[in-house]
Design a protein around this ligand. Structure first.
Ligand code: GLY
Length: 570
């Protein structure tokens, strides 16, 4: 609806410009074509450049998304890769299609509910976090092939070229890569194949040293030549299954043969007249985001002092994450009351429990007790062109360098997404997230995610945004959405000072300087527990201003990414 409104306005505006030129130059039958432009923001400069390279070769934004995704798998191997999965949220302007490609990992066929429990029913945390048993069946290669074949203009082999070149020629590693290697080096050192690729005699390599990934080159070339079968059957599939089984895992060739992406209808809603389009299940992202926004629509944030405003946002997060824990899981396996959860009346009911003078203890809500936090992971990129075609993609292998295991001879880093299931009741996962049967492990089920690739649209602007950050992804996108609603630019959304509440643990997590000392004191006086955290997230955002046909882009200063707007050669 809003898109049609924009199109109509754009046509009127373009017609106006055409008429003006017609008069000025006395040309009849001329057609004025806007120069093609695009904006890309990603977590690594080489990935952003890969996207533009493909656009300059005549690709559309979907080809560019294939190129950026594959490039990130090479140049940011800590965050995502062929051994992981993710969600690509697409909008195609010609037919106003909104769709989400669900390339989330699936539990292997031999997986079962209690696979990470010891004899006394306690969770064996290491098994769902590190090594072969932690790995779900990857969806990234199938997602890339589907995105390219169904939505792209160029052959898959062309869109994969930049990634292949980066893996072959190598690239200089940066500080962020070093830091994430450092965090996971003990696990990586347990796997000689992984250590040989990423470490230097067991240590984190010097900044600026060149990382070449020769086995990954071969794998990418096989996928480029054979498409999906290049990964899920044949030589690569054999190597993956052998490596997983030798590492104590349970994958079989059947798991790989069975893997399918799913096209899903995104979750949609509105906040103060802004159309919100976001990730559907098996990501909790869109539902939790919309539930929190619906609750916040009942209060006038703009007129509140900053302590009350932050308190209200925290209370909305608490309720929305509480419902995440109670109800959300893979809707192919369980019934999820999605319509109710994103219904405004439901949120208005929850909002009646909000008090400006007091925090609502999470223990007053039904549910769980465990408390724990952690994790840095995942990646996000955003692309838009001046026609409004766009992609928001959040991709992951979960923890930095996933399960820490590279399948021998493939260069593929395996994910540890099995930890995103609930493996023991009332035991938090690596991000402290709790849940219940809705997110219990079952063969071929997809584990619940927090990834929140999102589009926002009002009468003047279209935004594409998202971020890595585990359970905190949704609260970061929520804060950025409120900033968009307040009229600010992508530069501002990615800079917003971050704070987070996820129901359990019952505490506000805030980044360094995320809250002022006055806000900390004020929130404590309302009954909140607070904990300072590192500066988290790596938001990548782009915007199209419909009125001016101008694009803008911003990459989170907490990361080392690149946001750029370019005119595309045609
Ligand atoms: N692995 C992080 C997420 O999907 O939420």
């Amino acid at each position: 609806m809003l898109s049609s409104f924009w199109k109509q306005n754009k046509r009127i505006k373009n017609a106006g410009i055409s008429c003006l030129l017609l008069v000025l130059f006395s040309i009849t039958g001329c057609s004025i074509k806007q120069p093609r432009q695009a904006a890309i923001a990603s977590a690594h400069p080489l990935a952003t450049q890969a996207g533009f390279e493909i656009l300059h070769q005549g690709g559309n934004v979907f080809d560019a998304a294939v190129a950026v995704s594959a490039a990130l798998a090479v140049v940011e191997p800590s965050g995502s890769g062929l051994g992981g999965g993710g969600f690509w949220l697409l909008h195609r302007e010609s037919d106003e299609l909104d769709i989400m490609i669900d390339g989330r990992e699936k539990a292997p066929l031999a997986a079962h509910k209690d696979m990470f429990l010891d004899a006394s029913g306690e969770a064996k945390k290491q098994l769902s976090l590190n090594g072969a048993l932690a790995a779900g069946i990857p969806g990234m290669p199938a997602g890339l092939v589907h995105l390219s074949e169904k939505y792209g203009k160029l052959p898959l082999a062309t869109s994969l070229q930049p990634a292949i070149r980066y893996a072959e020629q190598g690239f200089k590693i940066d500080t962020r890569h070093q830091k994430l290697l450092g965090m996971r080096s003990a696990v990586l050192n347990q796997h000689p194949e992984t250590a040989a690729i990423f470490l230097d005699k067991g240590r984190v390599p010097e900044k600026g040293s060149i990382l070449r990934q020769t086995d990954l080159v071969k794998t990418l070339k096989i996928i480029a030549a054979q498409g999906k079968a290049g990964f899920y059957a044949g030589l690569i599939a054999d190597k993956l299954v052998i490596a997983v089984q030798q590492g104590g895992g349970i994958w079989t060739l059947d798991d790989l043969h069975h893997y399918q992406i799913v096209e899903r209808t995104p979750v949609t809603g509105s906040y103060q007249g802004i159309k919100v389009t976001s990730a559907a299940l098996p990501s909790s992202g869109g539902i939790v985001l919309l539930e929190a926004l619906n609750i916040l629509e009942t209060v006038d944030l703009a007129t509140m002092d900053s302590i009350t405003r932050k308190h209200m946002i925290v209370e909305a997060m608490r309720h929305a994450y509480h419902d995440r824990a109670l109800y959300l899981g893979d809707a192919d396996f369980i019934d999820v009351p999605v319509e109710r959860l994103i219904n405004k009346q439901y949120a208005y009911g929850l909002a009646t429990t909000l008090r400006t003078d007091q925090a609502l203890p999470s223990e007053y809500l039904t549910g769980h007790t465990q408390a724990k936090q952690g994790g840095r992971n995942t990646t996000h990129f955003s692309i838009i062109d001046n026609e409004g075609n766009r992609v928001a993609a959040t991709l992951s292998i979960n923890f930095p360098f996933g399960a820490g295991l590279v399948a021998e001879g493939t260069g593929v880093v395996l994910n540890n997404e099995m930890d995103d299931f609930v493996s023991a009741k009332d035991s938090g996962n690596g991000y402290g997230l709790v849940g219940g049967d809705a997110n219990a492990i079952a063969p071929e089920k997809r584990m619940l995610s927090s990834m929140t690739p999102t589009f926002l649209e009002d009468s003047e602007r279209i935004a594409v945004l998202g971020t890595p950050g585990g359970s905190r992804i949704i609260s970061m996108v929520l804060l950025a959405t409120l900033d968009f609603a307040a009229g600010y630019s992508p530069e501002s959304w990615v800079k917003v000072k971050r704070f987070h509440h996820q129901y359990i643990p019952d505490q506000i997590l805030y980044e360094k300087a995320g809250l002022t000392s006055e806000e900390i004191n004020g929130l404590q006086a309302l009954g909140h527990q607070l904990k300072q955290y590192y500066n988290y997230g790596n938001m990548q955002a782009v915007q199209l201003n419909k009125a001016t046909d101008s694009l803008s882009a911003a990459s989170d200063h907490r990361g080392e990414g690149l946001a750029s707007v370019q005119r595309i050669n045609e």
